[in-house]
Design a protein around this ligand. Structure first.
Ligand code: FBP
Length: 554
């Protein structure tokens, strides 16, 4: 395979470990922390996780390794959407495992959780691993979204582990995957299966975090990649001075990615879903808010701008989420076939009009026809509208255009509004990991092995103090049940890891809120440029603005 010069150079990069893990495996011991409680619903979670609930947080420190010496056979899977750095988690895990004993074995199950169920695997060796060091993507073993959640599936996994003599599984995933990892850990513990389960916090969305897990991996690289592109778009807008760019960025639910990109690039507008929900903003109010910026800038002769729209926004607009719920109901079961059999859009429209409440129909009626049709095209496996496929960047620019038309008719706007649309998602998920993600991920994997060696199960690999140089990072483990609460899923109460949404009283949002009026009226664009891998540390090792603000270091 022909390699790019950067890929060749990245193979040589030595990821930085936290200082406390640098002394060699024989010099790492455990420091016990306090027992933990779940974030809410403590009694219910404790009852559901009698074997893994309430365990102590732990950190590692320099000292004699007292772990039991035994052969380690470990399995690893990548689960869910790609995130830069996943390869390095596996490399760190492999290096720690082999540094302990070269007879230890690492199985990589292919294609996500389904690889475990189908016993589809490779056994890693140096040659294979070395081809993936410090690279983006999940192609080392592939990923998938199969959910590991039923007792039948757990029994199959137990059989697969028994067959290969696997004593621990590392699940690299987001909130759903780690929820399932926690349930699997409890199942193994309850059945004395002799298999530990360790999770690693992954997702570009940045919504798997708490006071211990300061960020999920991939968020740093993905937001820097998007911010580079948004900065370039801003510079083009400021050069040509004739377009408003509506840029949708990934983030299935929470708006962390949009907010971080806004903090890095200072666009004119950035919507934050969590704020829209808190203020119960309607579609019309949001359009009016954006149109205000367009009109104010137009009055200064600036018929250009940049607006960032988070992918998950529509679900946060109360009237839109009601509309979605009604559409899901309208097409439940066999009704989809009836709908699909209607010959023309006019027939379908009449069917919709007949089925929706007056309020939802009013929302539906103002949507551009392309968006109306999107709502009825794509369904997920549960038959629900896939909101992530809705082109919300086009939706909001169309609503803004309508709003400006009305302002023009009333003599309140005489500028120009020409919109261009972008969606930044997949282009950030497999980028070469930034130095931060390369180091963080390698450390997470290395640390996951330490947790395995010391016999922990139901723990997330935790590396914290991340805004400081890697030397000062703190490695340890956090019981996964600490992040859990009970939520209603598919009509049932379920224990799940609580998704970390943008906190409106958190420092990142507060900084944004304090500055956005200025950014909306004036041109305050910042052009971050491309991720740098080689050069001064302040350029190459900087973390996200979100993390810096959260740590009071911005
Ligand atoms: P994870 O939560 O699994 O990391 O995935 C997040 C994400 O990248 C979202 O930002 C996006 O909405 C979604 O995956 C897209 O999923 P898919 O890869 O299945 O199209």
């Amino acid at each position: 395979m022909k390699l790019s010069p950067l890929q060749t150079a990245r193979y040589q990069y030595n990821p930085k470990l936290p200082g406390m893990l640098r002394n060699g495996i024989s010099e790492i011991c455990v420091k016990n922390g306090a027992p933990t409680e779940s974030v809410a619903d403590q009694e219910k979670i404790q009852a559901l996780f009698p074997n893994t609930y309430g365990k102590n947080e732990i950190t590692f420190q320099k000292g004699t390794n007292t772990a039991e010496a035994k052969k380690q056979v470990v399995g690893v899977i990548l689960s869910g959407g790609q995130a830069p750095g996943g390869h390095n988690v596996i490399c760190g895990l492999y290096d720690a495992l082999k540094a302990t004993d070269k007879d230890n074995v690492l199985y990589g199950f292919k294609g996500g959780p389904s690889g475990l169920l189908e016993d589809d695997y490779i056994i890693f060796d140096d040659e294979y691993i070395n081809a993936f060091r410090n690279t983006g993507g999940f192609d080392i073993i592939g990923s998938g979204r199969t959910k590991l959640e039923t007792e039948e599936q757990f029994a199959v996994v137990a059989e697969v582990c028994k067959k290969h003599g696997i004593n621990a599984i590392v699940i690299i995933g987001g909130d759903d995957s780690n929820t399932n990892a926690a349930v699997l850990a409890e199942y193994f513990a309850a059945n004395n299966a002799g298999v530990q389960v360790i999770g690693c916090p992954k997702t570009i969305d940045g919504d798997l975090k708490n006071e211990d897990i300061e960020c999920s991996f991939g968020f740093d690289t993905a937001t820097k990649t998007y911010s580079e592109i948004i900065g370039n778009i801003e510079r083009d807008a400021n050069s040509a001075k004739k377009y408003w760019h509506f840029v949708k960025v990934m983030g299935r639910s929470a708006s962390h990615v949009a907010l971080e990109c806004a903090l890095q690039t200072r666009p004119n507008i950035c919507l934050v879903g969590e704020e829209v929900a808190a203020k119960k903003m309607s579609m019309a109010e949001i359009a009016d808010y954006i149109a205000d910026s367009v009109a104010t800038r137009a009055a200064k002769g600036w018929n250009f701008g940049v607006a960032i729209i988070p992918e998950g926004i529509v679900e946060f607009v109360p009237e839109f989420s009601v509309l979605i719920a009604e559409i899901n109901e309208l097409l439940a079961g066999e009704k989809t076939e009836v709908f699909n059999a209607l010959p023309t859009w006019a027939d379908k429209y009449a069917f919709i009009e007949n089925g929706l409440t007056k309020e939802s129909m009013a929302v539906f009626a103002i949507l551009p026809q392309s968006i109306q049709q999107q709502l009825f095209l794509e369904r997920d496996p549960h038959g629900n509208v896939q909101v992530s496929l809705i082109e919300s960047e086009k939706l909001f620019s169309a609503l803004v255009a309508e709003n400006l038309k009305a302002r023009k008719a009333a003599g309140k706007f005489n500028g120009k509004f020409s919109a261009l649309h972008h969606f930044l998602g997949y282009e950030g998920r497999c980028a070469f990991p930034s130095n931060f993600d390369a180091d963080y991920c390698y450390s997470l994997g290395y640390n996951a092995f330490m947790l395995i060696q010391y016999g922990y199960t139901g723990y997330l690999s935790k590396v914290s103090n991340l805004s400081k140089p890697a030397e000062e990072w703190v490695a340890g483990g956090m019981p996964m049940t600490k992040m859990m609460n009970i939520e209603r899923r598919h009509g049932k109460d379920k224990p799940v890891i609580r998704k970390a949404l943008v906190e409106l009283d958190g420092a990142p949002f507060k900084f944004f809120a304090a500055n956005r009026a200025e950014w909306a009226e004036n041109t305050c664009f910042v052009y971050p440029g491309a991720i740098q891998y080689f050069g001064p540390s302040e350029v190459c090792d900087a973390t996200t603005v979100t993390l810096a603000l959260e740590k009071g270091e911005y």
